[in-house]
Ligand binder design. Sequence first.
Ligand code: ATP
Ligand code: MG
Length: 756
Amino acid sequence: HAADLDALLAGLNEPQREAVVHGDGPLLILAGAGSGKTRVLTHRIAYLVGTGQARPDEILAITFTNKAAQEMRERVELLVGRRTRAMWVMTFHAACARILRADAHRLGYTRQFTIYDQADARRLVKRAIDELDVDPKRFTPGAIHHEISDAKNKLRDAEAYAQMVGSFFEQTVADVYKLYEAELHRMNAMDFDDLLVRTVNVLELFPEVRRRYAEAFRHVLVDEYQDTNHVQYRLLQLLTGGGADGRLADYGHRNLVVVGDDSQSIYGFRGADIRNILDFEDSYPDATVVKLEQNYRSTQTVLDAANAVIRNNRGQREKELWTDLGVGDPIKVRELDDEHAEARYVAGEIERLVDEGVSRSEIAVFYRTNAQSRVLEDTLVRAQIGYQVIGGTKFYERAEIKDAIAYLTMLVNPQDVVSFTRIANSPRRGIGQTSLSRVISWANTAGITIWDAALDPDSVPGLGTAARKAFHRFMGAMRILGERAAANPPVGELLREVLAESGYLEALEAERTIEAQGRIENLEELVNVAAEYDLSAENSDEGPSLAGFLQQIALVADADGRRDDEGLVTLMTLHNAKGLEYPIVFMIGLEEGVFPHQRAIEEGGLEEERRLAYVGITRAQRDLYLTYARARAVFGARSYAARSRFVDEVPMGLTDRSEQPAHGVGSVRARATTWGSPSPNLSPLGSGPIPGGGWDASGGSAGGGTELRLGDDVFHAAFGDGVVTGVEAGGIVVIRFSRDGSERKLVADLAPIEKR
Ligand code: ATP
Ligand code: MG
């Protein structure tokens, strides 16, 4: 045991050790990224349990994301084994949900209360707006919901809010807030903010509950403390023995350890109050303060870049961070034509890295908003690179999406019993399990397709009258849809008809629930996906077809559940990346308006965006890529943006930049029309190699050919589909072919290549 503890402490530097062995009372660690704050927390938990100072179930450790909680649990488990099970290592929201399952009945909820996610909550707000006849153009549901959420996080209920109203907007919010709360309660539901607010309510209103939890958790530890907001602050106070009046109760222990970094405060938009950490010493004058200055995560180059960026914020506490991990490689800054080329570039680099022996699990791609992941996902699927999306929802796994796809599948494949089974009674139309089995076995017996068997239910032995009628009705609609499909209409249109004819949409609309409305929105997104497919397939040889669409979908959906030995590339938003680390990090979409986000630019949120950039950069252990696109689709329209200021804030000397100063430079041209015939007017290419980059060729003067750039999709007459993974001097392009995964160097102008 003693040996274990020695080993535990041996892996720490002096100030870290001081924090780990710290006795009772409040402790603050305010230190920069990668300095071992989270490590101190995990080691302290292990130390407390290992020395017998605390039982596992006396520990409450709070993190910000589920992923972080999972990692912390794993780290502690490595140190103390299975005893971690009794510990509460979780997010604020998860801890509160657990407390409320036990005690929310005191507030008039049942134990089975529903938790509404942000989208559900937003829809409920919208319903309240409709009911109150508020002009939705004047005040959007989003804006009102945000304001309500803000109030909740400040522990202002609808009544308190109404008393402080000072403008027409606030009056509107007050009305909506009141109705929204009543509706939530009536539906026995809570939104995310409620989880925290109701827990505080329970603890404030019921002294015995307050006492129970404060006595249960002898040690409370909080990671990422810079991102706590007022309600969370209050919660921690109550859980460590603060009374309803804010004074310490006689059972209070104040064993509160908080760690954080003011440079990483990124939840101000959600009411996080940076003062919670900066004023910790004021709230707890007897707090011990520990500073950590050695970074164990990143190369000096990565650290220098992060420090240079954050220095542009005013009022930042200067932190001295150093590392002995060496200078490392320069940061790769890459400019691409559009978001598709950007995604292909990322995929190409990942393939190259994996070829070099890097595991996919060592690679992460960060983006500013969730919506940016779809293009990337589609590209990774085509390149057959396994990936996982953290914190995102798996679109193609949702029931309504699978149903819609099953309908479409039936129209091209009348034998597909699985799809048939899925849709026969969805929506409900009186086709039971037994009748369905009868039809299926009849199809088998008679040697006909399930479609044909269902078309003629009168021939199916043992089928009751009601069931026969139901099949007639169902297949009547399917037959009409089948005829439509045979005419090969645009898939987007066909899908819309399927959703209408099958009664699927109608059934959802009739439900009139928040969840059903969410399903309808997802189906609308699927129609978008189909329309997008129609558009892109129009330019291909085969043209759009239902079968082609289904094949494309199947590939993407399949990758959703993919697991393999080489691990998965991790995709997530920058907000979700907090606290994590990866050897190789890509930050994509570094464009003004995307990151920094347009709203932040307009509403004075730049410093928070910059802290988000700091968070992203400091996740990288070894290699960091910053990419941006010259143009991207925004709401279906092309838009051009300048490179993000954050890219420019990284000193030139730390980077390996390859940008395209003007159109046509940094690309080569391939003859598209006359394959194999050399172009007479191809000028010598090449302007000297740029280390690590692939932009060192220029071919601005060649005419008539197809420009090839890094990331372009191409078709080669012999090798098939491929992606340009390199552009070299002398008109050489490197292309990776998807058929066999080979990478070949070709003379762009001579090779039979066509740009897709
Ligand atoms: P962030 O601010 O990003 O959350 P952090 O301060 O929590 O960072 P950690 O994640 O705890 O930092 O540590 C960063 C990395 O450095 C981890 O891989 C950790 O294991 C390692 N590390 C920290 N301290 C030491 C140490 N004394 N010896 C060896 N490795 C260490
Ligand atoms: Mg951490």
